[in-house]
Design a protein around this ligand. Structure first.
Ligand code: NAD
Ligand code: UD1
Length: 339
């Protein structure tokens, strides 16, 4: 069964391609390499023994998409491709709306033309906005978002929901990720941020390896157990399996929304402490001001995915930091350009 995976060479996409191959699916990857390297393909092949079919192209390029859909019968699309840096989205909102919203619409249009009516979309916990109590349930209202990245996810969700209403044959699966971290246990694939990492785990990894001096802890005066921000970290391996579980839903038309998280709340200091234990190195940190737009604490209620997808995360924070550290040690400079 051919599955088009947009953004399949990226962090979550590459882990998902491995799980797809292992589950007997054939991923066809479309990626424009904006935030990934071609050498990821070899790593996937080393792990799975299969070299995925790869198209270097852009989701906004409808001519290219048409060629791709004409060359392969595609049963479903897992749509990861997009831009994801929150701060950058505040500076360049139009780029985010163009790639994330316009790109998703272009993709869905071509899917419709080729009668491919199953899409699994990478959404984010950020769509729950600022006003909901924790833990977040899927039926909570969305909106009240503080940045264009989050709004772009909100808008794509709405486009896909409306499209399904207009044509009930569609199966639309919206997966709201919490905080994906970790790496494949082989250390061959992992998160490879360009420049200064925006997110906590890759930043800690770079401090641990000696690339950066200390971790800036953004605030210790939140109403949480130790005053630092609390999140729901989920191993990327578990997250990847969530997509395989969601694919099995693909024959059921409708809109299906799931939180993909661990359902466990951990603070910034919990993560630093766990990382210290994994790498047996001191992780220097400094308490600094809160980061604008950050919420004090959020985590997922994960009952729905467990009941309907038969999926739940199994990896602990200790597994996540160990695999992050393993990846970081084996790839101190990230992926090579060519391999
Ligand atoms: P990533 O940047 O590693 O992967 C995205 C991939 O899409 C990259 O390989 C990039 O080259 C490709 N891409 C970007 N624009 C493209 C375009 N116009 N056409 C074709 N390919 C394009 O990001 P990720 O962490 O793997 O995230 C995957 C998806 O999950 C994104 O949509 C992201 O918004 C969403 N998400 C990520 C997180 C997270 O913490 N990583 C959390 C919630 C949601
Ligand atoms: C961020 C995004 C969110 C996106 C998610 C993807 C922001 C404001 N939000 O979420 O929209 O869906 O990534 O995973 O960027 N922290 C530090 N020091 C750091 C980095 C982070 O203390 O150097 C803290 C943050 O304040 C937060 C926690 O660590 O409490 C996690 O931060 P991060 O990894 O950036 O993820 P989120 O903010 O949850």
């Amino acid at each position: 069964m051919n599955i088009l995976v947009t953004g399949g060479l990226g962090y979550i996409g590459s882990h998902t391609c491995i799980k797809l191959i292992e589950a007997g699916y054939t991923p066809i990857i479309l990626d424009n390499l904006y935030n990934s390297k071609k050498s990821v393909l070899n790593r996937i092949a080393t792990i799975t023994g299969k070299m995925p079919i790869f198209y270097q192209g852009d989701i906004r390029d409808t001519v290219y998409l048409t060629t791709l859909f004409s060359q392969h019968p595609i049963q479903a699309v897992i749509h990861f491709a997009g831009l994801k840096a929150v701060g950058e989205s505040v500076k360049n909102p139009l780029d985010y709306y163009e790639v994330n919203v316009q790109g998703s619409i272009a993709l869905a249009q071509i899917m419709r033309q080729h009668q491919v009516k199953t899409i699994i979309f990478s959404s984010s916990a950020t769509v729950y906005g600022e006003k909901n109590p924790v833990p977040y349930f899927e039926h909570y209202p969305t909106g009240n978002i503080t940045n264009p990245y989050g709004w772009s996810k909100f808008m794509v969700e709405q486009c896909l929901i409306d499209m399904q209403k207009a044509d009930p044959e569609w199966s639309v699966v919206l997966l709201r990720y919490f905080n994906p971290v970790g790496a494949h246990p082989s250390g061959l694939i992992g998160e490879d941020p360009q420049g200064i990492p925006n997110n906590l785990m890759p930043y800690i990894s770079q401090v641990a390896i000696g690339k950066r001096e200390y971790v800036s802890v953004f605030g210790d005066d939140y109403p949480t157990k130790d005053g630092t921000g609390v999140r729901d970290y989920v191993h990327v391996e578990d997250l990847a399996l969530g997509h395989v579980a969601a694919l099995k839903k693909h024959d059921q038309a409708g809109v299906h929304i799931y939180n993909l998280g661990n359902g466990v709340a951990k603070s910034v200091l919990d993560v630093i402490q766990a990382y210290h234990q994994a790498c047996q190195r001191v992780i220097p940190y400094k308490i600094e001001a809160r980061r604008p737009g950050d919420l004090p604490a959020f985590w997922a209620d994960v009952t729905k995915a467990k009941q309907e997808l038969n999926w739940q995360a199994h990896h602990t924070l200790s597994d996540m930091v160990q695999d992050s550290w393993n990846w970081q040690q084996k790839n101190p400079h990230g992926y090579p350009d060519e391999e």
